[in-house]
Ligand binder design. Sequence first.
Ligand code: ADP
Ligand code: ZN
Length: 610
Amino acid sequence: MNLAAELKQRWGYDQFRPLQREAIEAVTSGQDSLVVLPTGGGKSLCYQLPAVLGKGVVLVVSPLIALMDDQVAAAREAGLEADALHSNLLSAQKSEAYRRLASGKTQILYVSPERLLVGDLCEDLAPRLLLAAVDEAHCVSHWGHEFRPEYRRLAEVLERVPKAVRMALTATATEAVRDDIAAQIPLRDPVRLVGHPDRPNLVYRAHPRRDQAAQVLEVVRRHPEEGGIVYAQTRKDVERLAEGLRKAGVSAAPYHAGLDAETRQRAQEGFVKERIDVVVATIAFGMGIDRSNVRYVVHANTPRSVEHYQQESGRAGRDGLPADCVLLFSAADLATHRWLAQKDGSLPPERQKALERQLREIGRFAVAPVCRHRLLTEHFGAPYQGTDCGACDVCLGETKSLSDADALVTAQKVLSAAWRTNGRFGAGYVVNVLMGKSDERMTRNGHDALQVFGLLKEAGEPAIRSWIDQLIVQGHLEVFDDGVYPLLRVTEAGKALCRGEGGVRLGVPMPPKKPGRRPKALKGRAAGAGDADEALFERLRRLRKMIADQLGAPPYLVFHDSALVEMAALKPKSLDAMRGVKGVGEKKLERFGAAFLAVINGAEPSGLLT
Ligand code: ADP
Ligand code: ZN
């Protein structure tokens, strides 16, 4: 059996991504496995490919019903006999799926955990079941960030099919979650295939938040007509930001749990089918979103943890092409997260400690003047090689570190301003003191007569704001909530620093450079082929959209952006030459090849050729 030949013929890929082959070989040698690969790492292939080997049926448990139909469609595009069973199917679809299953045609069956728990689907399948794959396996763990009770009951179902190999797959998992997954599913003496968590094609930037709407718009404007997601903390923020983008002429839709199911469905579908460019959403959005050419993810608020950040920002650039991830940080968001977590009563001490740790870590990620790829990678327990990632604001030279001596003096000035106004004012007020911006309240308090008044005026407001955040994250300042307003106060460590004890690191944010408008994704990506022809790429994209609309399918099911970029660079002149483009398998070549070839040869896009 030649795995590489199947990969080329059905999926059009020349090589396995890291650990894919190992995962597939675990199945063929009858061993359970735990597969941890970052988003976009190619997890689906690990269970799809075994389905074509003729050794039995592959069962895929997935929590995302909304996504299942797309997964089935994608598997069928690769020529697999795929079906799904879940509660949202029409009865005709359901009986068709059962009929195909009974006839022995089905190679891969997607089911929701709910569906698997009722009836005797498993018993029926038992004699022919090669593999039971559990996708999004972190849902089984309390330690993960998306616990689902039904996942806990998978063990009792799997017990009934002891001969089937088991594979658990997840994108983010710390050691504790990994152990938990192996114990809960349970996996029997599994190989652990843990990929490197870094996503080198994502460019991370974190900016201090000054003007949320304007900063969001700035990122969106850098990506005209490209797909992006904006995450905000509350429904109100979502509505406000979406409205602002629309007024600025951007095709944007809001998405949050307060909208009715139909509106949400429309936003989701519009986005996947590329009728809408931007979705502004609370974190409720995204689990079910499979659009591989999301070119940017903006966090208008600070996410709750590094795990959340990894997961949410990870929805960008699944096609492997460059994508931007921008985080607008404010320490006030951390206080909001704390408040939200505690609003229904105080947390048990253990949860409280975990929460504080998570908030500290995401804060550190956002403000520490350290390579952000390195911080993320190390957070997930992997070593990071190299010193310059070339893909974060720190390494790109968009931030600057102060020397140790300057950092100490600057920190002392900020702390002293907070100390003088101790405990009674928020960050904004302290910034005004240091900027020397007086108003009626400040005069009344006599704070415009303080020695620190106007002391950091030269540095400018964004820098001072960021320093306050950096000092919070490093534990020299803390934000506490008096029930009305988040107030700033100096901690014991902060007081010690004022006496010259201990050290501190500070960076200065630099004003963002104005990058060009040309989509970066096009540059130099096609292996050795030079830059893609941008005009041709746009025409191929138009053709893809036409075909997708004709088929009522999302465009990425026709071809991924990466395949179009490569066509626009290589300009294949025959169907045979088209086989050389990554992502062009035999089935797609047969269905779409001629239409794309015609456009490459100069024809105007007009949909599928008949
Ligand atoms: P995950 O589920 O891990 O987020 P997917 O299975 O959705 O990732 O795969 C992400 C993208 O990578 C898809 O567009 C897929 O077609 C592509 N891909 C998967 N395996 C390979 C490979 N061996 N070579 C090139 N592209 C691949
Ligand atoms: Zn870096």
